[in-house]
Ligand binder design. Structure first.
Ligand code: 5GP
Ligand code: ZN
Length: 114
């Protein structure tokens, strides 16, 4: 999608620190990390958020979660734990309107979710 920053990152048009890639998914380090490990897992195809993905795709959400879990393990987060988050829309404080799952870990995260 034109003018979507994560479409451009997934297409290699904007540089990023790539962590993982397959036919459907691109994962990269967050530019403004909020934890020692902060990685974003995105579908390569543009979709605004989890609502659109759930409506349009059969198994992509499951694949994104599997990839996120695998990356978390590879990053050494399995033993102490981590958090997966996807923000959706205005109340969810989503700032980039291309679906992404945050992987956050590497320190004790707050008990409060919001
Ligand atoms: P959201 O608030 O939409 O859930 O998360 C968007 C995330 O994308 C933020 O954590 C922000 O730091 C990250 N981000 C925004 N622009 C860029 C960028 O150009 N490159 C990378 N690597 N991360 C970005
Ligand atoms: Zn996009």
């Amino acid at each position: 999608m034109a003018d979507c920053i994560f479409c451009k990152i997934a297409a290699g048009e904007i540089p990023s620190s790539k962590v993982y890639e397959d036919e459907r998914v691109y994962a990269f380090k967050d530019i403004n990390p909020q934890a020692p490990v902060h990685i974003l897992v995105t579908p390569k195809e543009h979709m605004a958020n989890v609502l659109e993905c759930a409506e349009r795709e059969d198994d992509l959400l499951g694949h994104l979660m599997k990839v996120a879990s695998r990356i978390a393990k590879e990053q050494g987060l399995a033993e102490n734990g981590f958090r997966l988050v996807t923000n959706c829309g205005k109340h969810g404080a989503q700032s980039v309107n291309h679906l992404h799952i945050h992987i956050l870990g590497g320190r004790q995260l707050g008990e409060q979710m919001a």
